[in-house]
Write a protein that binds this ligand. Structure first.
Ligand SMILES: C[S@@+](CC[C@H](N)C(=O)[O-])C[C@H]1O[C@@H](n2cnc3c(N)ncnc32)[C@H](O)[C@@H]1O
Length: 254
C-alpha cells in the first residue's frame, strides 16, 4: 500500500453521493491484497488475535469484517460462533464465500443501532481497522457494549493518532477531522476517507461508553514478514502505524 497525503476537504458530504462505497468499489481486489500483505496479515490481525487471547468456545462479533480474513482465523481458533458485520455489501458477500457456513455475515452500518443483535449475546467483539471510518464513536461503542456480556472484551485497532497527524501534516493534533488518503491496491490508486483523532479522544470515548481499557498496544510486525517485504517491515518496526485497545465491559470480577 502506498500512502499519499491529500488535503482533507471538510465541506464535502461523506461519502460523496456520486462515489460508490469505498470498499464496495475495491471488492475482490482488496480481499486479495489484504489476504497476505504484511500490514494486515503480519501486523494487524496477529495483534488483534494476541489481545483476544484464547477464543475457544467464545461467541465473537467481528465488526468491519471486510472479506472475512480475521473471522476465518477466529473460526480456525475454535470460536463457538462468529458473526461478521460490514457496511459494504460486496465485503459481506466475500466474507460469506471465504468462511462458508462457519460464519454468519450481515450487511450493517456500525453508525446505526444494531437492533438485530440481542443484548449480552457475545463474549468478544473484534473491530479491526474500522472505527476510524466513523466520526462519532458514542453510539457505536454503546451498541458494542450492549451486545457484549458483562466481563466480555472489545478488541479494536485504529490508525495510530500520532501517525495520522504526522502523515497528513495537520496543523492541529487535537482536532477530530476527516482526511483523504490514496492507497495503491492491486496496482490501482484508491481514494479512502476516514477520521483522525487524538489519543485522548479515543480513550475518553471508550471510557464514556462504559468500558474499562485494560491493554493498549503498539505492536511489532511478525518477524517472519521481514523477508516478504523488507521496506514495510522496517517502517512498521520503527514508526507507529496502528494502535490497539482491549476494553472490557465491567462485570463480575472486574
Ligand atoms: C480496513 S477494513 C477492515 C479489515 C478487516 N477487519 C480484516 O481483518 O481484513 C475496514 C472495513 O470496515 C468497513 N466499514 C467502514 N465503515 C463501516 C461502518 N460504518 N459500519 C460497518 N463497517 C464499516 C469497510 O466496509 C471495510 O470492509
Amino acid at each position: 500500500m502506498t500512502r499519499q497525503p491529500d488535503q482533507p476537504d471538510q465541506s464535502a458530504p461523506f461519502p460523496p453521493p456520486d462515489e460508490p462505497d469505498q470498499y464496495d468499489a475495491m471488492g475482490a481486489e482488496y480481499a486479495e491484497h489484504t489476504a497476505s500483505n504484511i500490514v494486515n496479515a503480519h501486523y494487524d490481525r496477529p495483534a488483534v488475535l494476541a489481545l483476544a487471547g484464547d477464543v475457544t468456545g467464545r461467541r465473537v462479533l467481528d465488526v468491519g469484517c471486510a472479506a472475512g480474513h480475521l473471522s476465518a482465523l477466529l473460526i480456525e481458533r475454535g470460536a463457538a460462533s462468529v458473526t461478521g458485520i460490514d457496511a459494504s455489501a460486496q465485503m459481506v458477500r466475500l466474507a460469506g464465500e471465504h468462511c462458508g457456513d462457519s460464519g454468519r455475515f450481515h450487511h450493517a452500518d456500525l453508525a446505526a443501532p444494531l437492533d438485530f443483535l440481542p443484548d449480552a449475546s457475545f463474549d468478544l467483539v473484534t473491530a479491526s481497522l474500522v472505527l476510524h471510518y466513523l466520526e462519532d464513536w458514542s453510539g457505536p461503542l454503546a451498541e458494542l457494549r450492549r451486545v457484549l456480556r458483562p466481563g466480555g472484551a472489545l478488541v479494536m485497532s485504529v490508525h495510530h493518532p500520532g501517525e495520522d497527524w504526522h502523515w497528513f501534516e495537520r496543523p492541529d493534533y487535537f482536532r477530530t477531522e476527516r482526511v483523504t488518503d490514496t492507497w495503491t491496491v492491486a496496482g490501482r490508486p484508491r481514494t479512502v476517507r476516514f477520521y483522525r483523532r487524538p489519543l485522548g479522544a479515543a480513550f475518553n470515548a471508550l471510557r464514556d461508553a462504559g468500558f474499562t481499557v485494560d491493554r493498549l498496544e503498539e505492536p511489532m510486525p511478525r518477524p517472519e514478514a521481514r523477508e516478504q517485504d523488507p521496506a514495510w517491515f522496517d517502517l512498521l518496526s520503527t514508526a507507529p502505524r496502528f494502535l490497539y485497545f482491549r476494553a472490557l465491559r465491567p462485570g463480575p470480577g472486574l
